[in-house]
Design a protein around this ligand. Structure first.
Ligand code: 5AD
Ligand code: SF4
Length: 343
């Protein structure tokens, strides 16, 4: 038994050096995964929460160096779903049994505040939990969406290494991103953040700091995924993150914040067959299957290898159900609010 892992599992706390040490040591991997799985079971149970992902626009004003949707990429066709289409997809999600929809887009004022509020209200009428993932907005805009009924918000910090952040996010401001997360918490959104692993020049110590940052701001959800080099971006020739490092980071997250929701991310599946199932066995308790149609999925190309781009929403959810059965996990019938949100 590893002393640090034992301490982490009982106290849910370690310092930066201790976490770095665990990230460096591959001999402890299987024990780490077991402890993360035990902790997941003890704190959030065997239920897996499914979130229907609606990628409603790939238009983005940002230029993140790793992302296929960056505005400098002129090689993709941009799209925006109409209000009616968004509502139609939410209906499809509802009929397939989803309790939550996630509205995600590139960062742009694709819809003005009034229109966005209207969309949120329409989705709430379907009795769905609504998660937004629209990037950095003002306090007032976040407030307007919360008042319209939005329940949750996802905004990854991406990396807490400020030098790296600056290089990867031209013209963006790290402090503003932190302020956005604070605002979301203050407005009582169920708040999700997360980071990328295996970025060029990212150190294990910086991943340890990412984990501690999410613990410190006490997120309700944490999405962690490997960096995958994307065509038509400046980082296409760089080496991508490996699966084990992403999985270890996620397992450590579970042990640090035992009652949060943790998705088995699509990026994990993109670089490793059955990667999502493995993630569910190492601490994750959420999956976010796509509900938009093929033509849009293909265009929402954050990175290559996103699975299921040729599937229908029905086929995607059937596959997820089959896989969950194999590992004796059940599908939650509740909204799946993070247990951390009430604490
Ligand atoms: N590899 C992995 N994840 C990526 N994202 C964007 N581009 C990539 C990439 N090349 C992630 C970011 C963002 C989320 C929507 O997708 O972390 O927050
Ligand atoms: Fe835009 Fe998000 Fe991609 Fe950055 S990561 S370019 S904000 S879609």
């Amino acid at each position: 038994m590893n002393k640090l892992l034992e301490k982490l599992q009982t106290e849910h706390k370690l310092d930066c050096d201790e976490l770095t040490h665990l990230l460096e040591n591959d001999k402890i991997d299987s024990e780490l995964f077991e402890r993360a799985d035990e902790t997941r079971k003890k704190f959030v149970g065997d239920e897996v929460h499914l979130r229907g992902l609606i990628e409603f626009s790939n238009i983005c004003k940002r230029n993140c160096m790793y992302c296929g949707l960056r505005c400098d990429n002129k090689n993709i066709e941009r799209y925006r779903l109409s209000k009616e289409q968004i509502i139609q997809y939410a209906n499809i999600a509802k009929n397939l049994g989803y309790k939550t929809v996630v509205l995600q887009s590139g960062e742009a004022d694709t819809y003005n505040i009034e229109n966005m509020k209207q969309i949120i209200k329409n989705l709430k009428e379907l009795d769905l939990a609504v998660t937004l993932s629209l990037g950095e907005k003002t306090y007032e805009e976040y407030k307007a969406y919360k008042e319209a009924g939005a329940d949750r918000y996802l905004l990854r910090i991406e990396t807490t290494d400020q030098q790296l952040y600056k290089k990867l996010h031209p013209k963006m401001n790290f402090d503003n991103r932190i302020q956005c997360l604070k605002n979301l918490k203050e407005l009582r959104y169920e708040t999700g953040s997360g980071f990328l692993t295996g970025l060029p020049n990212q150190t294990l110590k910086s991943i340890a700091q990412d984990l501690l940052f999410l613990k410190e701001i006490n997120v309700d959800m944490a999405g962690i995924g490997p960096f995958i080099p994307s065509p038509n971006t400046p980082l296409y020739n760089k080496q991508g993150g490996n699966f084990m490092l992403a999985l270890k980071s996620m397992a450590l997250m579970r042990l640090l914040l035992p009652s949060i929701n943790i998705p088995a991310t699509t990026a994990m599946e993109a670089i490793c067959k059955n990667g999502q199932i493995k993630a569910l066995q190492c601490g994750a308790n959420v999956i976010m299957p796509n509900v938009t149609a093929k033509t849009y999925r293909e265009k929402y190309s954050l990175y290559p290898g996103k699975t299921g781009t040729d599937e229908t929403a029905q086929k995607t959810i059937n596959k997820v159900k089959e896989n969950l059965k194999k590992i004796n996990r059940t599908i939650s019938q509740s909204y799946g609010t993070s247990k951390n949100y009430f604490s």
